[in-house]
Ligand binder design. Structure first.
Ligand code: C2E
Ligand code: CA
Ligand code: CA
Ligand code: CA
Length: 279
């Protein structure tokens, strides 16, 4: 996830195995059977670099484990993926995020036009029930389809199986947006460009963090922005932690920034207060 790790698959696998050994799998099964209420959502503001205002939110899941406390996604998503429980958990996150975003869009002035992004892992994206879930959640929550962005990593899109192609096309018909997540960490970072138009390109924190000191990182960020703009995509910089990074990103034409410099992921109440304050 840091993007600097060259053993991602191995690591995810290791984590899944460790988690299992710790007995998390049984706990997860029980939590899912009880309706996924232990899986809670935090929201990190996405900031329009031109205005400094919040333009969107990224929904980030956490597991409120009854004994272990808050478990972070990197410690349980691999296991959830491996066991298929990510489908039920993801459905809960999607519903929660769309429902909250719908409520917040009427919170002025910060909430107006607010968009929400939801992460999908490979297994979720390939799930034949995904489209139905998305359509149902939009219908039931009343969230405008264009206010929902689904974030996927490039690897998912570059497997151009008929299922992936059809899913991308149908999501487009629904009016839902797509973002490429963690851009710059894959080994085929141009492959998606050939196949799929997306709305947002999210540049990974591992490159953004070096933008002030490392001319090579700056060159990569600059090239990614140029490429995205040429393709009609907007750019989100992840993991912005300093004013200097923000200033440089603004100069390079990056439209949206996200990171601890603005805010950590917030719970629903804190987020509502954030928007209410006009941020
Ligand atoms: P991601 O999609 O790349 O999400 C961004 C991660 O970076 C989040 O970690 C966020 O808290 C963290 N972050 C944001 N700004 C900064 C910053 O300025 N500095 C640093 N150091 N970190 C920052 P989190 O919430 O632990 O999520 C980790 C990963 O778990 C996510 O990476 C995503 O791949 C996955 N994930 C999170 N929620 C979901 C979900 O609902 N479904 C699925 N399938 N995956 C999820
Ligand atoms: Ca993401
Ligand atoms: Ca990301
Ligand atoms: Ca990342």
């Amino acid at each position: 996830e840091s993007g600097k790790d060259r053993h991602e698959v191995y690591e995810a696998d290791m984590r899944a195995r460790t988690a299992k050994r710790l007995g998390l799998e049984g706990d997860m099964r029980r939590a899912v059977e009880r309706g996924c209420e232990e899986f809670v959502v935090r929201y990190q503001p996405l900031i329009d670099t031109a205005t400094g205002r919040t333009s969107g939110l990224e929904a980030l899941v956490r597991w409120e484990h009854p004994e272990r406390g808050l478990v972070s996604p990197s410690d349980f998503i691999p296991l959830a993926e491996e066991t298929g429980m990510i489908i039920a958990i993801g459905r809960r996150v999607l519903r929660e995020a769309c429902s909250r975003a719908r409520d917040w869009s009427s919170l002025g002035p910060g909430g107006r036009g607010i968009e929400v992004s939801v992460n999908l892992s490979a297994r979720q994206f390939r799930d034949p029930g995904l489209l139905e879930d998305v359509a149902r959640v939009l219908g039931e929550t009343g969230l405008r389809p264009g206010a929902l962005t689904l974030e996927v990593t490039e690897g998912i899109l570059t497997e151009d199986t008929p299922v992936v192609l059809a899913t991308v096309q149908y999501l487009g018909l629904l009016g839902v947006k797509l973002a490429i997540d963690d851009f710059g960490t894959g080994y085929s970072s141009l492959a998606h460009v050939k196949r799929f138009p997306v709305d947002y390109l999210k540049i990974d924190r591992s490159i953004v963090s070096g933008i002030e000191e490392d001319p090579r990182d700056e060159a990569i960020v600059s090239a990614a922005i140029t490429l995205a703009h040429a393709l009609g995509e907007r750019v989100v910089a992840e993991g912005v932690e300093t004013e200097g990074q923000l200033a440089r990103l603004r100069e390079l034409g990056c439209e949206v920034a996200q990171g601890f410099h603005f805010s950590r992921p917030l719970d629903g109440e804190a987020l509502a207060a954030w928007l209410d304050a006009g941020k």
